[in-house]
Write a protein that binds this ligand. Structure first.
Ligand SMILES: C[S@@+](CC[C@H](N)C(=O)[O-])C[C@H]1O[C@@H](n2cnc3c(N)ncnc32)[C@H](O)[C@@H]1O
Length: 280
């Protein structure tokens, strides 16, 4: 153990074990040189449970037959940055081309895979309701999933600091309630809208288990942390979850070029399953 100012530095063999665990469990490709990041993330969790050696912590993770500590380790290592209407080009596409195609369908199925604290799926919902009207709410089905339990809890609670209002069009305020008392300085997505999003814990490294197909899948800024082979496998499995003509939207800094996805490139970060409009 190397301890300085209460920081326990991860040693090379410990770093290797974390790298292997992260890759095997949730696809995360931790590159050499990220020792300081891993140290900081592990230290937070170790302090919380009163363990002060990385080696001892890893032994604890291995020995926990319930798998619960492994999930805490995943929570500690994931990067969860997100915002409302992040990468706005996709939301422009959604409210124009995609909505036009889906206007007359009986059900609109959208999956936000790697939804973090909920800003992405709520943005999708608000954009759809703005364009299609409140009466269309019953035909909008949104699945939002993440591997990280901590962010899923935040997403279900849907309480955000007021400064996040800057990320949204003013018209979206009708979907929100302003907090008071202990929630002063925050807003919350109103219950009627919260209830329209189905939040589930899904590890994208495991079989996706979706029986119905989706019109649109958002899987943005998730694969950026995966190696090439893992990305290719995930894109292939996500493509199988799309309806013919369904859309796959990925992060603008993630490219599928050179990957054998079976999807057609439409524009940056935007792919489509062959076979016609999503609404057919
Ligand atoms: C940077 S956030 C992106 C959130 C949102 N999609 C966006 O673009 O703003 C990446 C999310 O992917 C999740 N994630 C990482 N690996 C995952 C996996 N194997 N299965 C499911 N979710 C995963 C993380 O927990 C994190 O919340």
């Amino acid at each position: 153990m190397n301890a300085s100012e209460n920081q326990w530095k991860v040693l090379p063999d410990e770093f290797l074990e974390v790298q292997l665990l992260a890759r095997r469990t949730f696809g995360l490709d931790i590159k050499a040189g990220k020792e300081a990041l891993v140290t900081a993330r592990l230290n937070r969790r170790m302090r919380a449970i009163g363990v002060n050696e990385v080696r001892q912590y890893l032994r604890f993770v291995r020995g926990d037959a319930t798998g619960r500590e492994l999930l805490h380790l995943v929570d500690a290592l994931t990067t969860n940055f997100t915002s409302f209407r992040r990468e706005a080009a996709h939301f422009e596409l959604l409210k124009t081309t995609i909505v036009d195609e889906l206007r007359c369908t009986s059900e609109i199925r959208i999956w936000s895979a790697g939804c973090s604290s909920g800003e992405e799926p709520y943005s999708v919902l608000f954009e759809l309701i703005e364009e299609l009207g409140v009466d269309s709410a019953s035909r909008v089905k949104i699945l939002a999933s993440d591997i990280c339990g901590k962010v899923l809890e935040q997403a279900r609670r849907a309480v955000y600091p007021l400064e996040k209002l800057k990320e949204m069009p003013v018209g979206w305020r009708r979907f929100l309630e302003r907090g008071s008392g202990e929630w002063a300085g925050h807003f919350r997505v109103s219950k009627v809208w919260r209830n329209l999003v189905d939040f589930q814990r899904i590890n994208l490294m495991e079989p996706l288990g979706q029986s119905a197909r989706f019109n649109v899948i958002f899987c943005r800024n998730v694969m950026i942390y995966f190696d090439r082979a893992t990305q290719e496998d995930l894109v292939r499995r996500l493509a199988e979850c799309l309806m013919p003509g369904g859309w796959l939207l990925i992060g603008h800094s993630e490219g599928l070029s050179g990957l054998n996805s079976g999807l057609n490139y439409i524009q940056p970060a935007t792919y489509r399953s062959p076979g016609g409009n999503t609404g057919r």
